[in-house]
Design a protein around this ligand. Sequence first.
Ligand SMILES: Nc1ncnc2c1ncn2[C@@H]1O[C@H](COP(=O)(O)OP(=O)(O)OP(=O)(O)O)[C@@H](O)[C@H]1O
Ligand SMILES: [Mg+2]
Length: 302
Amino acid sequence: MVIETENITKYYGQKLGCKDISISVRKGEIFGFLGPNGAGKSTFIKIMTGLLFATSGTATILGKPLNDISVRKRIGFLPENFKYGEWMTGEDLLSFHASLYKLDKKNVKDRMKEVLSLVKLTGHEKYKLGTYSKGMQQRLGLASALLPDPDLLFLDEPTSALDPIGRKEVRDIMTDLKSRGKTILLNSHLLSEVEMVCDSVVIINKGTVVVQGDMQELLKGEEVLHIHAEDLSNEVIEMLKKIDSKMVSENGRISLKINSREDVHNAASIIINGRGKLYGLKTQGTNLESKFISLIEGGDGK
Ligand SMILES: Nc1ncnc2c1ncn2[C@@H]1O[C@H](COP(=O)(O)OP(=O)(O)OP(=O)(O)O)[C@@H](O)[C@H]1O
Ligand SMILES: [Mg+2]
């Protein structure tokens, strides 16, 4: 496990930040850390990154206890709402972070070029931060977090200021990091994005964990597959009924309940292999947003 926590709890004086958070994050996964405003997400992330001390509880990060600072070099962190001096240039900020990470001076210039190009800011590094748009500042924050090529990356609202293309670019950066075995803990309110990239999720509310697990598992259950297809033989219809015996079929429009995304693939294969004409496939059902709303508003007493 890259992160393993046990009952992490934080009180700000009398005020609860987070309580009994126990999570396990596997190597190479994108882990969604979700919850409504004030749930305790940033509190938890700050504890994990060493910016706050937990009131109680224990944790290991990259196999080491929280107070072991040797792992900090392998961790990247994009904080929420960060603000740096407007007089600094993008290059100043990256050099500053490179010095904090004690990166090898020989490679710093090349690495800065690489991360600037990754976040699409090449050419802007000589400008002062005061001239950066919100989205450019967020991109630069991500570039700083990526500087040490970290094994573990904490992203607290990485795309809140980005336009749709910027969001897609950040998703691509995340999936690329994942393909290189890096681990990401992502906190975002943009649940459609979380649904697209995360392997596992935990949802917290009022400081405590409401649900955690595999994303596909969490969303499993009530999903419906709508199919538009013609020239379907009785044999094909019978095979489709094996996916859902209560399937509805009318004028080339079929709706069936599915249990996993594999069923989408299976349904399409059955139709095509049975020489049917497939014109459309669409899934509809419990998405992360409706699951989130039902869990938070569902009145579980927390
Ligand atoms: N420095 C602080 N002093 C006192 N209370 C704090 C402090 N920081 C956070 N809190 C409280 O801890 C709780 C959790 O806050 P936190 O910032 O962790 O929430 P969050 O889940 O990150 O919310 P958001 O989605 O709005 O960023 C809130 O009730 C907040 O008021
Ligand atoms: Mg927060």
